[in-house]
Design a protein around this ligand. Structure first.
Ligand SMILES: [Zn+2]
Length: 191
């Protein structure tokens, strides 16, 4: 997810972000295995964190760098700092809130999305240790947004259909950009 005020700069170092239209963004991502934890997990997490910061994002999910695995990272610049969650699962949620969201995979699009105000989430850290977090406010929102990515769900799926009509052209533009970026994709999908 990206902050409202940030203007996306489509320079070459941002092209690693997979854009709307890319099939990997619609995949149901696989659970990270214990083999992964003992293998490439740090590599993947480092790549995600770097890409998130480079693109001035406040959250990123693995499929956004072309990796269909259940990993999310978030940093909203709060005292909680960087959050890395592997195989995240929302155990319970409370309340509802509507807030405007953006997405690094949908540059230039901002939509009002209704989500739980507070969540209780569990997952693993990079070392495979259990983490449980109670989150509210923007951080709860970002984590819900990123977990959606792991199930192939985007913010455009969470708004009324008629709202999509007004951004139809913009979505088409992003799809074309996504197709153009294909030759810049690093390959993880074979794993
Ligand atoms: Zn997103």
């Amino acid at each position: 997810m990206r902050a409202r005020c940030e203007k996306k700069n489509m320079s070459s170092n941002t092209s690693i972000i997979r854009l709307y239209g890319d099939p990997v963004l619609r995949m149901k991502c696989r659970e990270v295995s214990s083999e992964d934890i003992h293998g490439d997990i740090s590599l993947w997490v480092n790549m995600m964190v770097k890409t998130m910061y480079e693109n001035k994002g406040i959250g990123l999910a693995a499929p956004q760098i072309g990796l269909p695995k259940r990993i999310i990272v978030a940093d909203i610049g709060s005292r909680e700092g960087l959050i890395v969650l592997i195989n995240p699962m929302i155990l319970s949620s409370e309340g509802k809130e509507i807030m405007e969201e953006g997405c690094l995979s949908l540059p230039g699009i901002h939509l009002d999305v209704k989500r739980a105000a507070k969540i209780f989430v569990k997952g693993l850290d990079e070392k495979g240790l259990d983490i449980e977090l109670e989150l509210s406010g923007l951080l709860a929102r970002v984590v819900q947004h990123e977990i959606d990515h792991l199930d192939g769900i985007l913010i455009i799926d969470r708004v009324p259909h008629k709202r999509l009509k007004s951004i139809k052209d913009k979505l088409e533009e992003i799809k074309q950009l996504s197709a153009k970026n294909k030759n810049l994709w690093p390959q993880y999908a074979s794993r």
